[in-house]
Design a protein around this ligand. Structure first.
Ligand SMILES: Cc1cc2nc3c(=O)[nH]c(=O)nc-3n(C[C@H](O)[C@H](O)[C@H](O)COP(=O)(O)OP(=O)(O)OC[C@H]3O[C@@H](n4cnc5c(N)ncnc54)[C@H](O)[C@@H]3O)c2cc1C
Length: 452
């Protein structure tokens, strides 16, 4: 029989499926309203058919401006976006719409430059130079365009793979320079703000909402938290597999509202590390005084976390992600982890009890490669759950070579349960495919990706 809790889970899941589509639809509707307001305020020029091309150029600029403001909102870490859409879907939407914004902006600039050259009887280069020297805000817009082009080029996957994350991130910050350069010409050259009325209010609302969210959630909230919670590293514990568990202690930490399964963006405020924020999941259920993360050394930053000094102040953004018990659909759950993917699974396990069937599956090459396994074994026993530890070399599927089989062999009635998966991408893809093949509904398969 379906319980009230399960009915609420299904409703919550439907809301989550609807939110990302609703958000994207709202962004495109805002773009359409922007274009309609531009046309209404005399933007439609039709003295000659070729004028339509100029109007198209202006309309593309309006759409690009709305999409750019949407980017500001999507990276603002506003809880109303993060907790409804989820961080990975927000990031995916940011990547997709951001690419559109820059492409449309380049088209806008090309068409306007081309048409102005045509109207004034100049060459393209001459027109570009004339535009640059005619007004400071047009020069700023051209510099902005160069910045956006650099961001687009570095974001193209193949280029990004060759760049260090930090270098890519620095170039990405050019977006802010780009926006700062592009905005004045919208105020001073376009009709958007000049003509007052509905268009003025429309753009005022968009700018206030997007930049307001960014200022509040990326700057004001983290600073306020530092003051209110005073979070500091209190313990750094090396684990036998080379990982390190870091406990961060502070005042009223439960007010952060972090749930097991979520992650935060951690910035350790000592002289060596304050510049970089990295995402790490909570590896234990938060308490009123502490949060814990467990990190496996994989690169420059993670390798030197073992040397963190107790007392180091910590700025943490979040909690982020919807890989939590609240995302559940059905009765019973299966928690599947590989390697350091155990961290959110270990934290979620703390909230399990014997009222529902729970199976934990841990995959690693061997005991030496299984962080937190001892804690997981203890929690499994406490929750009355069952545990499968799959150690061994890689085979063709997600299970070890010498222990083939899959979810159907390991978990009775897997089709009716929620499956939570965290581990390397290709491995997690294989587990997800297995879960779907076992009849688990797509909405009941939950994944946390440790890479963006
Ligand atoms: C949602 C999420 C949760 C995670 N949880 C954990 C966890 O609980 N424990 C754990 O050990 N690891 C976790 N990771 C992975 C961890 O964030 C990366 O391994 C770490 O940031 C790598 O940094 P590095 O400089 O040591 O390695 P590098 O060799 O510099 O980076 C390795 C890869 O990590 C990614 N990366 C690097 N820096 C960042 C950054 N600032 N922000 C985002 N991605 C970055 C890039 O894809 C890069 O290619 C998580 C990642 C994500 C996205």
């Amino acid at each position: 029989m379906t319980t009230t809790v399960e009915r609420e889970r299904v409703r919550a899941s439907a809301r989550r499926t609807w939110w990302p589509d609703g958000l994207e639809a709202a962004i495109w509707v805002a773009a359409a309203i922007g274009v309609a307001l531009m046309l209404r305020s005399g933007g439609l020029q039709i003295a000659a058919p070729v004028d339509l091309v100029y109007t198209l150029g202006r309309a593309l600029g309006i759409v690009a401006a709305v999409l750019m403001l949407a980017q500001v909102l999507l990276v603002s870490r506003a809880p109303y976006i993060e907790q409804s859409v989820g961080h990975d879907r927000t990031t995916a939407l940011h990547t997709r719409l951001g690419t559109w914004a820059i492409v449309l902006m380049l088209m806008h600039a090309s068409i306007i430059t081309g048409m102005s050259a045509y109207y004034d009887g100049r060459g393209l280069l001459d027109q570009a130079v004339t535009t640059f020297t005619s007004a400071w805000y047009l020069a700023a817009a051209q510099i902005a365009l160069t910045a956006f082009f650099a961001v687009l080029a570095t974001s193209i996957a193949i280029v990004r793979r060759r760049l260090r994350y930090e270098s890519w991130h620095v170039v990405h910050l050019l977006v802010y320079i780009g926006i700062a350069g592009a905005v004045p010409h919208q105020f001073l050259e376009g009709s958007t703000f000049r003509d007052g009325g509905a268009a003025w209010w429309f753009w005022f609302a968009l700018y206030t909402f997007a930049f307001g969210s960014l200022l509040v959630f990326r700057f004001a909230v983290p600073l306020w938290r530092l003051a209110r919670h005073d979070p500091r590293v209190s313990e750094v514990t090396p684990l036998p597999d080379g990982s390190v568990s870091i406990t961060v202690t502070g005042r009223d930490m439960d007010a952060l509202g972090a749930k097991p399964g979520q992650f935060m963006l951690w910035r350790f405020l000592d002289s060596a590390r304050w510049r970089e924020a990295h995402p790490f999941s909570l590896s234990a259920k938060p308490t009123s005084t502490s949060l814990r993360l467990t990190v496996r050394p994989s690169g420059d930053f993670t390798r030197q976390l073992a040397s963190l000094a107790p007392g180091t102040r910590v700025a943490a953004e979040g909690p982020l992600g919807i890989f939590t018990h609240s995302a559940r659909q059905g009765h019973g759950l299966v928690l599947v982890a590989a390697g350091i993917g155990i961290t959110p699974i270990r934290a979620m396990l703390e909230e399990c009890d014997d009222s529902e069937p729970c199976t934990v599956i841990v995959r690693a090459s061997g005991t030496a490669d299984s962080p937190l396994l001892d804690e997981v074994e203890e929690l499994v026993e406490r929750a009355g759950a069952s545990l499968h530890v799959l150690h061994g070399p890689r085979g063709d599927s997600w299970t070890p070579r010498d222990a083939p089989g899959g979810l159907a062999d390991l978990v009775e009635g897997v089709g009716g349960r929620d499956v939570f998966i965290c581990g390397p991408l290709a491995w997690a893809d294989a587990v997800e495919a297995d879960a779907l093949a076992c009849g688990v509904p797509r909405a009941a398969v939950h994944r946390e990706r440790f890479a963006w």
